[in-house]
Design a protein around this ligand. Structure first.
Ligand SMILES: [Zn+2]
Length: 216
């Protein structure tokens, strides 16, 4: 089973590890910093042994990396792993911006149902089953999110159940949320949050979340 260094240190961008399994173009490694699409957070981009990873996917608790034809990797090979940090850091900032907005939506609307979420490099989105225009909440959401960012709160990330790889993040007195994504250390790293509304069908509302590097 791949040891997930991206949980231990989500800021690590290079790693020396070794190949543990090869099946055609699919490779597994002993330890990894390379996140695979899960919980709506997109996969990283990067390399194993200097070769680009074409796809990363979860298979149970294992992570399988698809390499190009003729990659030449063999079990036991020592390899360096790298990730595209600019992309990963954008994903982490957008992920946590979406986490904060989602928690604030729950606090305001109570039993609203989340029906989808996705975090890409340019924006995040959260979809809700909700019969009214959700942008009515935006001024309050933005003000309260801004206060959390400016307060530069520490974000705790840890296992609730290490055997089954269940994780959570927590900001004391704000929220504790189960999530296996990669999380920032401090809220100030999110930056300035912008929100846009999309109506995605009757009774469904989408919030698009953007972050900018401007100090809020
Ligand atoms: Zn998360």
């Amino acid at each position: 089973m791949t040891k997930k260094i991206f949980w231990q240190d989500p800021y690590q961008t290079t790693l020396e590890t070794r190949v543990t399994g090869v099946s055609g173009n699919e490779v597994t490694v002993a330890e990894t910093i390379f996140y695979a699409l899960s919980g709506g957070q997109e996969s990283d981009r990067g390399t194993i042994g200097g070769r680009p990873v074409l796809q990363a996917r979860k298979e149970g608790r294992e992570i399988v990396y698809t390499m190009a034809e003729g990659h030449g990797l063999k079990p036991g090979d020592p390899v360096a792993m790298t990730i595209d940090w600019a992309r990963r850091y954008r994903l982490m900032r957008l992920h946590f911006a979406a986490e904060v907005i989602l928690e604030l939506v729950y606090k305001k609307l109570g039993a609203v149902r989340k029906i989808g979420a996705h975090i890409a490099e340019d924006k995040a989105r959260i979809d809700f089953e909700w019969g009214e225009n959700i942008s009515a909440l935006f001024p309050a959401l933005k003000a309260e999110a801004l206060a959390i960012v400016q307060a530069d709160r520490a974000i705790v990330s840890a296992f609730s159940d290490e055997t089954n790889e269940r994780r959570y993040w927590e900001i004391p007195d704000f929220s504790r949320v189960p999530c296996g994504g990669t999380h920032l250390r401090r809220t100030v790293e999110i930056g300035a949050i912008e929100l846009k509304r999309k109506n995605i069908g009757k009774g469904k509302e989408r919030i698009e979340v953007f972050v900018s590097d401007v100090t809020p």
